[in-house]
Design a protein. Structure first.
Length: 124
């Protein structure tokens, strides 16, 4: 589908699509919470789980320092491994991320914040 684009341009298009998908998910969550009328406020003294995701073409191993630091601070960290070696279909990536987020929140009895960390692969 994007074969006619050069590598850097294709990468830019994929990053823009990923950002748009993430924004759509965020907007959907905000709208969903407002529509349901839930007045529960997340506890600010107990941060929720953190999902970390390697950037397009990135490797899970590149997240190890970040994951170690978060865990040393007592955070519950979930590493979301990409499908297709990190260069798979972004729609599948979005579904995988959404599933990981939902599963992370199932085990929590109180309303909480869910943090998402995204790491872009280095160009070097």
């Amino acid at each position: 589908m994007l074969d006619h684009l050069s590598g850097p341009r294709r990468r830019l298009v994929l990053i823009v699509v990923a950002v748009l998908v993430a924004a759509a998910v965020a907007v959907s969550v905000v709208v969903g919470v407002r529509v349901t009328g839930e007045d529960d406020v997340a506890a600010q003294d107990e941060p929720g789980p953190v999902l970390v995701v390697p950037g397009y073409g990135g490797r899970v191993a590149s997240l190890d320092p970040l994951v170690a630091e978060l865990r040393s601070q007592g955070r519950d960290v979930v590493v979301v491994a990409p499908s297709g070696g990190g260069t798979g279909d972004l729609r599948a990536q979005a579904v995988r991320l959404g599933t990981a987020a939902a599963l992370s929140l199932i085990h929590i009895s109180e309303p909480t914040r869910l943090s998402l960390g995204f790491r872009m692969p280095s160009s070097a």
